[in-house]
Design a protein around this ligand. Structure first.
Ligand SMILES: *Cc1c(COP(=O)(O)O)cnc(C)c1O
Length: 322
């Protein structure tokens, strides 16, 4: 039951020291228009400007930096629909560790190309019929590789928590924090950081409406599994929360909200048009939810984590046109 020892804020602090000088301390953006439209003061933590384009570099680098010399020699294997793949591939390259990445056949072309570009070996699978976790475990066993899952790992969770830690240390107290939710690595890490630094901050996880397994789990008290949801938020197409992420979320998060693909498109246009930022659909979850409950946020200080900006440029243009 070793794997059920939950990470703590001390692990987030250790992670922030480990990634310092390797991950970017990303900027916090503000927008007068956002403030006016929401009637609140909004602070955006721009993980779309993180190395490889998403917060996942934080958790990936933190996990790989803790490998023993034997683990480093044998290599790492990861399964991912994209950003975790790139994060592990880049961190492995920086640390001189061989990487094998299991990716869905229909992963965005830009993400597959970037992963290969970092020197990783890519193995593909069908995300609607095959079990990527099984494929990852088989490869790990056969070649002695260490499997680093995209969210349900203490070092990954601790690394992801460093984004919220930086945000709170930069802007001070927040009344509410909105965090994108897939498997819960970012949300659980953010919750560890926020509860420690700013205990009264309301913490919201935000999922795509089509894949609200996190909300169902949160409200029912046990992990709910769903089919791979069809949504433009490809970074949040997870089927279930993790054994580590769920108990942290249950303990430290205030609620899980959902938004539609239409709302995500609206925020992609907002970020492009008003803030001149490319944000991938999944990265828009937090702000879309904040806008949807703005009546409860009047006069408040709120934090929004923009989780990533990796989107195929043609696909991006297509999504913006709607
Ligand atoms: C992975 C990812 C998420 C979801 O993160 P989890 O830790 O799985 O909850 C959100 N946004 C982006 C851009 C991602 O890459």
């Amino acid at each position: 039951m070793n794997d059920l020892i939950l990470p703590t804020y001390a692990d987030v602090v250790a992670a922030s020291e480990r990634i310092a000088g390797h991950a970017h301390h990303t900027p916090v953006a503000t927008s007068r228009t956002a403030n006016e439209e929401l009637g609140a003061e909004v602070f955006f933590k721009c993980e779309n400007m993180q190395r490889m384009g998403a917060f996942k570099f934080r958790g990936g680098y933190n996990a790989l930096a803790r490998f023993t010399p034997e683990q480093r020699r044998a290599g790492v294997v990861a399964f991912s629909s994209g950003n975790h793949a790139q994060a592990i591939a880049l961190a492995a390259k920086l640390l001189g560790i061989p990487a094998t990445i299991v990716m869905p056949l229909d992963a965005p072309a830009s993400k597959v190309a970037a992963t290969r570009g970092y020197g990783a070996q890519v193995v593909t699978y069908d995300r609607y019929t095959e079990d990527r976790e099984q494929i990852g475990r088989d490869l790990a066993q056969k070649h002695g590789l260490t499997l680093i899952p995209p969210y349900d790992h203490a070092d990954v969770i601790a690394g992801q928590g460093t984004a919220a830690k930086e945000l709170l240390e930069t802007v001070g107290h927040l009344d509410a924090l909105f965090v994108c939710l897939g498997g819960g690595g970012l949300l659980s890490g953010s919750a560890l950081a926020a509860r420690a630094i700013s205990p009264s901050t309301l913490i919201y996880g935000v999922e795509p409406e089509a894949g609200n397994d996190g909300q169902q789990s949160f409200r029912s008290g046990s992990i709910v599994h769903i089919e791979t949801p069809k949504t433009i938020a490809d970074g949040a197409q997870t089927q279930h929360l993790g054994n580590l992420t769920f108990p942290i979320i249950q303990r430290d998060v205030d609620d899980i909200l959902t938004v539609s693909d239409e709302q995500l498109r609206h925020e992609m246009r907002f970020f492009a048009g008003r803030m001149k930022m490319v944000v991938e659909p999944t990265g828009c979850l937090g702000f879309a939810a904040a806008r949807a409950i703005k009546d409860q946020l009047q006069g408040k200080r709120i934090g929004v984590i923009i989780s990533g900006g990796n989107v195929d440029i043609d696909r991006y243009a297509e999504l913006l046109r709607h």
